[in-house]
Design a protein around this ligand. Structure first.
Ligand SMILES: *Cc1c(COP(=O)(O)O)cnc(C)c1O
Length: 418
């Protein structure tokens, strides 16, 4: 069971809306820090353990700075994310660059920063060489194809556009070793929002065994294994969180069985988790604009898919609470919607909730990752503010809401006739 609590009650939220009108995303600093510390403690047997937070999950400098203070690195996949990482103080190998379909200027920027460059395709060896020269350390993204199954969010590995095939991967290390690359990493990412702990143990086994095959087949000694992201979170109250302790223990056993005898110890293992790190600690706070009765009952919020796409995009479940009505009976069924002219703009369908009235505050849970960041401007909707509930209980604006001027700032209107 996953508890779905709010860090602020109705009164405090109402008060907050006097300064910051809804909708907004609110992040809980203390919970993010405590969670980061738990994550690191579980894997403390790994020398130099690090999670490279996937910037795309929550690309806000305030959040990234908190995670940097907690010892995390970042995982970037675009020029903007690299610049954001640099401006937030991340340096060198604290930055992993895991991109695909990569333009040359992004390789150049990643190389300039001294990031760990994780190549998605065997042809990118030449691309990187031409763009920036080959660095001392190179990593490759492995796609196991039919050897593993994926899940609904990321698809089946053999259908996925990412990574090198089993045949290409040995060749890639052979080529780069010949070209003088000295240090090697190995990466995979085969699941997204996966809640089965055993899945990650299998991923570790797959990568450890592959590291040995790479050493035997190409002479390249892997010093860095990147398990990717994709650790799920319990979006539903009856979901079971992933058991990191179990994953860590089983990984340690595999490390002793596979890595140590192959002479690959010490080898650094890292993750690229985003969702696990901030997902549960963000909340989208909205106000009810309308309650309407049609063929079904609808609750219309002042937020929309521009603020949170996951339900509309994947049919994903996000828990919804109505602050102040926690004790009431959940005897109503509503579709909770946004205002886009797009019927998929629903945060929930047939959700059992207490009776909702116009003006109520409604909180959508677990928006701390892949929430704000997926936002867009369809229908001319503006992205909301992001707020940080700090450890001392104060609230700081960490990104202002977009304005109408922001929306029009990229447009060019025809000259008015004289
Ligand atoms: C999206 C992504 C991540 C983060 O995924 P989470 O589900 O947030 O953990 C990590 N690595 C890569 C390459 C990704 O594309």
């Amino acid at each position: 069971m996953a508890e779905k609590n709010l860090p602020l009650g109705r009164e405090a939220l109402e008060k907050l809306t006097e300064t910051y009108p809804t909708p907004f995303h609110l992040y809980d600093e203390q919970a993010i820090r405590e969670n980061a510390r738990r994550f690191y403690k579980v894997f403390d047997w790994i020398d130099g353990f690090r999670n490279h937070f996937a910037v795309k999950a929550c690309p806000n400098p305030a959040i990234l700075s908190i995670l940097r203070e907690e010892g995390m690195g970042v995982d970037c996949s675009s020029l903007s994310e690299l610049i954001l990482a640099e401006r937030t103080g991340f340096k060198g190998e604290e930055i992993v660059f895991t991109s695909n379909d990569t333009p040359p200027d992004e390789f150049r920027e990643a190389a300039r920063l001294g990031a760990v460059i994780n190549l998605d395709d065997i042809s990118h060896i030449g691309e990187l060489e031409r763009a920036a020269g080959l660095p001392e350390l190179i990593s490759f993204r492995y796609n196991p194809g039919k050897a593993r199954s994926g899940n609904v969010l990321i698809g089946e590995p053999h259908e996925a556009k990412y990574g090198l095939t089993g045949e290409q991967v040995l060749e890639a290390y052979r080529i780069t070793k010949e070209k003088g690359v000295k240090r090697f990493g190995l990466h995979t990412m085969v699941a997204s929002n996966e809640l089965d702990s055993a899945y990650f143990v299998e991923t570790a086994r797959m990568l450890f065994e592959l590291a040995v095959r790479i050493k035997d087949g190409s002479g390249a000694e892997i010093e860095l294994i990147n398990m990717g992201g994709g650790i799920g979170i319990p979006y539903r109250p009856d979901d079971q969180a992933v058991d990191l302790g179990y994953i860590s223990e089983e990984m340690q056993k595999l490390y002793r069985q596979i890595i140590v005898p192959a002479g690959l110890d010490p080898l650094k293992v890292v993750f690229e988790c985003g969702r696990l790190v901030t997902g549960p600690y963000g909340f989208l706070v909205s106000r009810v604009l309308h309650v309407s009765r049609k063929y079904k009952d609808y609750v219309g919020l002042d937020s929309c898919m521009a603020n949170l796409m996951r339900p509309g995009l994947y049919g994903a479940y996000h828990h919804i609470t109505v602050p102040g009505k926690e004790g009431q009976s959940f005897d109503h069924f509503y579709d909770v919607t946004g205002s886009l002219c797009e019927n998929s703009d629903k945060f929930a369908i047939d959700r059992q909730l207490p009776k909702i009235e116009k003006g109520d505050l409604v909180v959508i849970h677990d928006t701390g990752a892949h929430g704000y960041s997926m936002g867009f401007n369809y229908n001319g909707k503006l992205r909301s503010a992001e707020l940080l509930l700090k450890e001392d209980g104060s609230v700081e604006l960490i990104r202002r809401a977009e304005t109408i001027d922001d929306y029009f700032s990229t447009m060019r209107f025809p000259e008015a006739p004289a």
